[in-house]
Design a binder for this molecule. Sequence first.
Ligand code: NAP
Length: 272
Amino acid sequence: MQNMTIGIIGAGNMGRALAAGLGATPGGPHALVYDHSGEARQRATQQGLTVAETLAELVAWANVLVLAVKPQHIAALAREITGDVAARHPLIVSVAAGIRTDALRHWLGSDRVARAMPNTPALIGAGATVLYAPPDISAGDRAQVEALLRPVSALWWVDDEDLMDAATAVSGSGPAYFFLVIEALAAAAVRAGLPEPLAVELATATALGAARMAGTGTESPAALRRQVTSPNGTTERAIQSFMDQGIMTMFATAVEAARVRAAELGRELGGL
Ligand SMILES: NC(=O)c1ccc[n+]([C@@H]2O[C@H](COP(=O)([O-])OP(=O)(O)OC[C@H]3O[C@@H](n4cnc5c(N)ncnc54)[C@H](OP(=O)(O)O)[C@@H]3O)[C@@H](O)[C@H]2O)c1
């Protein structure tokens, strides 16, 4: 991280999460964020982030560029920065869903390209990120990609670029699934008679505790679940109800729908 100057392009939810986590703050000299929307730049400034006023300023300063705009906007952004990329040859990391490295290389006119699929918990240093780089990327560039994201996230490399679409569906979109579960549990708690603030706090604290237990990795999630499920007890009734209603199929179908959408984005937007 020491010699890295990180320029994050796009100050939306993901760009701001990464910028905050990577120290794009006054006194955190390593990262700058830029957005073409004045409103987004203002929001980032209000959040305490260090914001470049122009794309040219950011690109002239950074030796690592993070592309954090919507997949639909990556090609246009790449066209805007090709001149500087040719002149300065930065390492470029795209976090865009679906957009493949061969398309990125073609648009950017550079081979120093990698992909990362992070998620918004990076904002609080608790991200889960899957990485992919083409086989010809140097070991030094791979190490830089890791150093870039390690401060905000756990990291996993995949060798098959198709798996980035699966990662997008699981961990990229995944925080939303868990927020939905917390939302649903809290709503059920209210129906069961608990007052709303307590319902939300209980659901959230339970999710956090369960995730931390699962995160120790000492026992599988299924084993942990069985430990809470006494025969003929309350949990067993609830779990049976979930199973009867097809919770496993619901997750499988939802994740597959997201994976297919990521692959579609790549085909729709990345056609060369
Ligand atoms: N959100 C997530 O949880 C998540 C997780 C993993 C990966 N990602 C990936 O992260 C990327 C960004 O997602 P997001 O949810 O943060 O999107 P977003 O909220 O739309 O943020 C993107 C920002 O970039 C701006 N922008 C677009 N083109 C630009 C350009 N040429 N130069 C400078 N700024 C530009 C947009 O402005 P306008 O609105 O004016 O276009 C917008 O403010 C996506 O590719 C997504 O696949 C997101």
